[in-house]
Design a protein around this ligand. Structure first.
Ligand code: NDP
Length: 464
């Protein structure tokens, strides 16, 4: 490492990817600096996965109280207190943030609570400190920001998921714009907490990109649970007016009044104002840093991981990319991140857990497919009297029996997807699933007891 620079590695961004890289490099004895302009932990810990999942848990109790009656419970009237949830969530987020910082400090990384921007290819200006430092390698791990839809008239009257975590009070009615992960998860959270919830999506089917059987079940269940889902519609304007304070206008002339309007129209790589042009780093049309398979930008000593690269906006992926980068840059072991068969969950209600290709994508890649599909009532819903189904789908390459996708919507689907991902990574065949003993009584046993295909697909055409 060259003494010509202040640091061997300077990390911009204290989220999951940046902190992991900084911590590992410092642990190897490298001189590491890391700058974060807001709070350590990034989107996942501060305003994403962690607080969101805590809100998901909170939103499930109402239905659990209702369901308990079928199991003999007579609970009194339940009351929910939003400020308690927000305060307890803040405590947990602060605890995790402290762990992130401690991991860096214990390994000897130098922390800067400051915005950092490029002043040159090796030079970083720390705005909060009014000084410039130099580094042999620089890692950009600035993550993403919510798309504020700035061309939408009245967008300034809307919030994004960021603000939901700090609302002073729970709105009585909310309108959410979008049909992806965040829109669907928050629609379920708010509906579960008793908020009158409307979801407006421009497409004809929420959760584009997911297998249609699982996204279909989620959409159907959300509607059963009282979410008003309006498809094929666009916002044309949001006004600060109407009896509740916000008025949403749609492209067919529909007007909806509510207290809160949440935009969930995707996230964009956070590179604005970073000064990447001063370092000669190339970006793509969304502002993402273009990287090679080793997370190197167009300037080889400037690296990037996580959402800022717009590869797969998932926390474990950012962490994995960071770990690979450390192997490549500091352990003389070139390692490129593996983005194949990444399991993912949508914490909707019901939850989605998925790994591998959805049916529509498998049809484009494979000539002959066997599809195994089960739709059933989860056991707990029977006594609860809850008319909600669960769905499981296994997609198999008929030419070699390999399982290429598993898609689940229902209780604990995310937990199942994590373990299924191990089997798929190992190249499991449908015969491997079939010779695995069922674990009874579980919902997951269905995955190993679907012996006959529900239908076959040949050259993209369904043949029953
Ligand atoms: P998504 O990409 O999942 O969804 C964005 C939604 O916004 C889509 O429905 C999209 O429509 C719609 N949209 C995009 N642009 C516009 C526009 N100009 N006008 C109207 N609608 C628009 O993004 P999210 O923001 O929900 O989440 C960002 C990423 O964060 C996810 O992709 C995921 O990787 C990650 N994430 C993961 C979670 C998890 O693991 N559980 C939870 C939350 C986020 P269309 O489909 O038509 O393009």
């Amino acid at each position: 490492m060259s003494e010509a620079y202040d640091y061997d590695l300077f990390v911009i961004g204290g989220g999951s990817g940046g902190v992991r890289a900084g911590r590992l490099a410092a642990g190897l004895g490298k001189r590491v600096g890391i700058a974060e302009e807001y709070r350590f932990g990034g989107t996942c810990v501060i305003r994403g996965c962690v607080p969101k999942k805590l809100f998901v848990y909170a939103s499930q109790f109402g239905k659990a109280f209702e369901d308990s009656a079928g199991f003999g419970w007579r609970a009194g009237p339940a009351e929910f207190d939003w400020p308690t949830l927000v305060a307890n969530k803040d405590t947990e987020v602060a605890r995790l943030e402290a762990l992130y910082r401690r991991g860096l400090e214990n390994n000897g990384a130098e922390i800067f609570e400051s915005r950092a921007v490029f002043e040159g290819p090796h030079e970083i200006h720390l705005l909060g400190q009014g000084r410039t430092v130099s580094a042999e390698r620089i890692l950009v791990a600035t993550g993403g920001v919510a798309n504020q839809l700035e061309s939408l008239p009245g967008h300034q009257h809307c919030i994004t998921s960021n603000e939901t975590f700090h609302l002073e009070s729970l709105p009585k009615a909310i309108v959410i714009y979008g049909g992806g992960y965040i829109a669907v998860e928050f629609a379920c959270i708010f509906a579960g907490l008793g908020v009158t919830t409307t979801l407006i999506y421009r497409g004809d089917h929420i959760l584009r990109g997911f297998d249609h059987d699982v996204s279909g079940l989620v959409q159907e269940t959300m509607i059963k649970r009282g979410v008003r889902v309006i498809l094929n519609r666009h916002f044309t304007e949001v006004e600060a007016s109407g009896i509740f304070g916000r008025r949403v206008k749609l492209d067919d002339g529909t007007v909806i009044d509510c207290e809160t309007v949440m935009l969930a129209a995707g996230r964009l790589p956070y590179t604005a104002g970073l000064g990447l042009e001063k370092a000669g780093v190339e970006t793509g049309h969304k502002g993402e840093i273009k990287v090679d398979p080793y997370s190197r930008s167009s300037v080889p000593f400037i690296l990037a991981v996580g959402d800022v690269t717009d590869r797969m906006a998932l926390t474990p992926v950012a962490i994995h990319e960071a770990m690979c980068l450390i192997e490549t840059e500091f352990r003389d072991n070139p390692t490129s991140p593996d983005h194949e068969l990444v399991p993912t969950a949508v914490f909707s209600q019901p939850e989605i857990g998925t790994v591998g290709l959805p049916e529509y994508a498998a049809c484009m890649e494979y000539e002959r497919l066997n599809i195994f599909l089960a739709r059933f009532t989860p056991m707990k819903n029977t006594l609860a009297g809850r008319d909600e189904k669960m769905v499981m789908k296994i997609i198999v390459d008929a030419d070699n029996d390999r399982v290429i996708g598993v898609h689940i919507a229902g209780p604990e689907a995310g937990e199942m997807a994590q373990t299924l991902a191990i089997a798929l990574k190992m190249g499991a065949t449908k015969a491997d699933f079939d010779r695995t003993m069922a674990l009874h009584p579980t919902a997951a046993e269905e995955l190993v007891t679907m012996y006959q295909p529900s239908y076959r697909i040949v050259n993209g055409e369904r043949v029953d």
